[in-house]
Design a protein. Structure first.
Length: 397
């Protein structure tokens, strides 16, 4: 059983199926856990994540798993409405409030009364409108534009952004009090590059949908082609990946996907795409000399650590292997000279530390692969998370 406490695996699977939340990575599971834990409450929710990670899907799920599911769910894209009209759209206006206000109009908050309102791209909201939004969150009160009458509304607010609101607060572009009020619960959605193990699942899911729609059959994907898909950044995340899968499956009639086929549809001027294709081809033939050296050195580092651990069980003395016969003979001479001493002092001034070796390996690999962290991690045989931790530990930019 995973981190979920009372929900069964089937219950989680049913929710994922109901709302189209695809994936088994720990990041998605954590987001789902938060969603399920807070859905039945009236707490304000802030969903954060890059563009295309599925923020609106989670907002819709939050509403439909709540006690308000039979009430209105109103979605508003704050970045798509001109700043001069946003306040009127949210809170409504009276007839004659401005030049084009021919009639009275209710706003989105009034339309969502007793339900939920989803404020997408909340980071684009102007500061003047933020003040009125804070008032609604704090007291449930608002006034239509052009009216002094106070209206009451009972609405759960779900907001989303791909911006760093903490940084926006420090730059005075977003009100701190509003940020804290919106951020009662934070659901963090990972970028696709942070959950690459979900790519095969997503590929199969989207392929089945597309094949059903077009009445064709999907014949799977080669191992090398899948490695390429996993190596790309997918800046547009799930949205971009879905569009790509739909294109290649539709145009290739569900045929078996190969690296050559990917090369036809991935951008030709994309450095990462080209580099990934070259890397896959080379790895199928023979590892380059530089790569082989780096991997060998990294393996030596691991072996040295193991040797030190074994030697540590037999005493405090450390046995060092010198690079040439002269150094070994010097050690033998030192041993003969001090054979009757209680402690033999082996100097390690010429031997670099394990950390120095590891740092140098990482720096060399980063230069070779132009700071492409995924390829560096694969080369060194470590996870991307471990690589990020090492880069921070050794202050490698």
């Amino acid at each position: 059983m995973n981190d979920f406490t009372f929900q069964t695996e089937q219950f989680i699977a049913d929710i994922q199926k109901q709302f189209g939340i695809i994936g088994q990575s720990i990041q998605i599971k954590n987001a789902l856990k938060t969603l399920i834990d807070i859905a039945s409450t009236d707490l304000a929710v802030l969903i954060t994540g890059d563009t295309g990670t599925g923020k609106e899907v989670f907002a819709n799920a939050t509403h439909n798993l709540s006690n308000r599911k039979d009430k209105p769910f109103v979605s508003v894209n704050c970045g798509a409405i001109p700043e001069t009209l946003l306040e009127s759209e949210l809170f409504g206006h009276e007839k004659g409030a401005f030049t084009d206000a021919k009639t009275q109009r209710i706003g989105f908050f009034e339309a969502a009364n007793n339900g939920s309102i989803f404020l997408d791209e909340i980071g684009e909201m102007p500061v003047t409108t933020q003040v009125k939004l804070l008032r609604v969150l704090e007291s449930g009160e608002y006034s239509r534009l052009g009216s002094s009458k106070i209206n009451k509304v009972n609405v759960r607010v779900i907001a989303a952004t791909n911006k760093n609101l903490t940084a926006a607060v420090s730059k005075k572009k977003f009100r701190a009090d509003l940020y804290y009020r919106l951020n009662q619960i934070n659901i963090v959605l990972p970028a696709l590059r942070e959950r690459v193990d979900d790519i095969p699942i997503l590929l199969n899911h989207f392929a089945k949908e597309i094949c059903k729609k077009n009445k064709i059959t999907y014949h799977s994907i080669s191992h090398d082609a899948l490695k390429i898909l996993k190596s790309l950044n997918w800046d547009g995340n799930i949205r971009e990946f879905k569009n790509f899968v739909e294109k290649i499956i539709t145009l290739e009639k569900g045929d078996f996907i190969t690296t050559e086929m990917l090369n036809k549809y991935l951008p030709a001027d994309n450095y990462e795409t080209t580099n990934a294709l070259i890397h896959i081809r080379n790895s199928n033939e023979i590892m380059s000399n530089d790569s082989l050296i780096l991997r060998t050195l990294f393996d030596i580092k691991t072996d040295i650590i193991s040797i030190k651990q074994v030697l540590g069980q037999f005493g405090d003395a450390l046995l060092y292997i010198k690079k040439d016969t002269m150094n070994i003979n010097n050690y033998i001479a030192d041993y003969d000279k001090n054979v009757n001493d209680d402690i033999i002092d082996f100097s390690d001034k010429d031997i670099p530390s394990i950390k120095d070796m590891e740092k140098e390996l990482i720096i060399t690999a980063m230069k070779k692969y132009r700071n492409k962290k995924r390829e560096v991690a694969i080369l060194l045989g470590i996870s991307e998370r471990t690589l990020y931790r090492k880069l921070e530990e050794y202050d490698i930019i």
